[in-house]
Design a protein around this ligand. Structure first.
Ligand code: F6P
Length: 565
């Protein structure tokens, strides 16, 4: 199918206008303190609400008038058309010839019949699969689903990698206080045998259920780990005399302790998992956009169907907000263009995401795949080279831990690092230290950091504290370091869905400006191919070793010399 070439954002009038703003800002000097003093409504003009989330963009290096230019850029690159194309199931992932329909995963039942794509009633199929997942989850949660020895399941082990791991583990960690059925989860992803060894060490095979999650069901790591887990299960059950060596008993144990999630149900059957115990999804769901599909089955089991529905509603809330709010007031669009502003005009290389919530400790890792696998590209969707920088590096750690580690560089380093600060007003675990609310100590830091980054500390202020002159420069904070504050009411399944959808759509906005197919990931393929070729050379195949480049040969020879087995 012919595709429209991307619009070159750098050639649009809005881009030229932004360049003009940038040049003027550099000439007149960036001064957040002054901008706040000059405009008493700055915060109002740059604050937004979407769903249950509140946003303060006022500590960014922008003037409120620029929101119009941001909206113009979104219009110039026809963001609205591409959004419609995505939501309606056009094959906007053209390098893989696929629709991009994660938005259909969270549509309500009332939308059945409205989103027919390539002959498929997407919402109906989604809802049917959800019903099966919920029935399964309820059985496990109620204890009706039993292991091979008749015991109830108390531990889920999710085996998957990339999008089949990062979403579920991030959401599991984020929502732990909502686990209400006495079932916990673990996640095995790495092909490093130590991952499986550590995660199974104290597991009871009788009460463990493995969920093997792989969109393709061909991923080396996941299939290897699933095979290893099956071996572990059977060996452990035999060791405690729970099953005998018969093929029937082994098959029964696998049927009761393994389920699968995949778009490739044939391969699931080949692996030996009963298709009755498999939950499907579709090739229009990208791995990194799949936590709200069957990929989240572990979440439905641990937290229950009702919570999973709330999670989906949170995504849907932002999907609707994003698609239906005028660009100038649309904080999702504005945050996407803000990232472009920093990446392409200020030439920033990275973007920090700093959750002031320990439950979100895997959120930055999750975002790394979402953003960097989506927009880490040098050619546009028509195969032509990009016309400007793309894909900033996303990274982060929860505050306040990060404050005692890398914040030094954000405050006083030589590079500009825009940062998103995320916190929630309420916590499920309120604690009092004497008469001090510990949660407020955390929030105090959340507020203080963005204030310090924005307004800094002058040499005169440092001197006024009695600091010896020679160390004054080391104690100056320049300020004017941009941050966005995202403040939620509480971290619950709905808010988590909102937060994920927010970043999904920010990624989409950036990708649209840059003309990228944000839904393919060809850049991960070469390494996979080479690993297949090289692995035999490591200890078995000398001819394959000779065929390697000099550096690889030398490294393998070193390995052969020092290995102890
Ligand atoms: O290697 C990258 C990748 O293809 C990701 O895009 C994907 O999320 C991950 O591998 C896992 O793939 P699968 O779910 O097919 O096992």
């Amino acid at each position: 199918m012919a595709i429209n070439p991307p619009i070159d954002a750098t050639q649009t009038p809005s881009w030229a206008a932004l360049q003009h703003e940038y040049d003027a800002m550099q000439a007149e000097g960036i001064d957040l303190k002054k901008w706040f003093a000059e405009d008493e409504n700055r915060v109002d003009k740059l604050s937004f609400d979407a769903g249950t989330l509140h946003f303060d963009l006022s500590k960014n290096l922008i003037k409120p008038e620029m929101l119009k230019l941001f909206a113009d850029l979104a219009k110039d690159v026809k963001l609205d058309e591409r959004t419609k194309a995505m939501y309606s199931g056009e094959h906007i992932n053209n390098t893989e010839g696929r629709a991009v329909l994660h938005t259909a995963l969270r549509r309500p039942k009332e939308d059945e019949g409205k989103y027919i794509v390539d002959g498929q009633d997407t919402v109906k199929d989604v809802r049917e699969t959800l019903d099966r997942i919920y029935a399964f989850a309820n059985k496990v949660r109620s204890g009706e689903w039993k292991g091979v020895t008749g015991k109830e399941i108390d531990t889920i082990v999710n085996i998957g990698i990339g999008g089949s791991d990062l979403g579920p583990v991030m959401a599991y960690e984020a929502l732990k206080p909502f686990a209400d059925a006495g079932i916990s989860a673990r996640f095995i992803s790495n092909i490093d045998p130590n991952d499986l060894a550590e995660k199974t060490r104290d597991l009871n095979p009788e009460t463990t259920l493995f969920i093997v999650v792989s969109k393709t069901f061909t991923t080396l790591e996941t299939l290897t780990n699933a095979r290893e887990a099956r071996t572990w299960l059977l060996e452990e059950l035999k060791r405690i005399d729970a099953i005998d060596d018969s093929k029937e008993k082994e098959a029964e144990a696998v049927a009761k302790h393994f389920v699968a999630v995949s778009t490739n149900l044939e391969k699931v059957a080949e692996f030996g998992i009963d298709p009755q115990n498999a939950f499907g999804f579709w090739n229009w769901v990208g791995g990194r956009y799949s936590v709200d599909s069957a990929v989240g089955t572990s979440l439905a089991v641990v937290f229950g169907p009702a919570r999973f529905e709330e999670f989906l509603s949170g995504f849907h809330e932002i999907d609707e907000y994003f698609a239906n709010t005028p660009f100038e007031k649309n904080v999702v669009v504005l945050m996407g263009i803000l990232n472009v502003w920093y990446r392409n005009f200020f030439k920033v290389a990275s973007h920090a995401v700093l959750p002031y919530d320990q439950y979100l400790h895997r959120f930055p890792a999750y975002l790394q795949q979402l953003t960097m696998e989506s927009n880490g590209k040098s050619v546009r969707w028509d195969g032509t080279p990009v016309t400007t920088e793309t894909g900033e590096i996303f990274w982060g750690e929860p505050g306040t831990n990060g404050q005692h580690a890398f914040y030094q560089l954000i405050h006083q380093g030589t590079q500009l690092i825009p940062a998103d600060f995320i916190a929630f007003a309420n916590t499920p675990n309120p604690l009092k230290d004497g008469d001090q609310d510990v949660h407020e100590l955390l929030l105090g830091n959340y507020f203080a950091q963005t204030k310090a980054l924005a307004f800094g500390k002058t040499a005169d202020e440092v001197r006024a504290e009695g600091t010896p002159e020679e160390i004054v420069p080391a104690r100056v904070f320049t300020g004017n370091r941009p941050t966005t504050s995202i403040f939620g009411v509480r971290l619950d399944p709905f808010a988590l869905g909102e937060l994920i959808a927010l970043y999904e759509m920010i990624t989409f906005v950036e990708g649209t400006v840059w003309g990228l197919d944000s839904y393919d990931q060809w850049g991960v393929e070469l390494g996979k191919q080479l690993a297949k070729q090289i692995t035999p050379a490591i200890s078995q195949d000398d001819e394959a070793l000779l065929a390697q480049d000099a550096s690889t040969r030398s490294l393998i020879n070193y390995y052969r010399k020092v290995r102890e087995f």
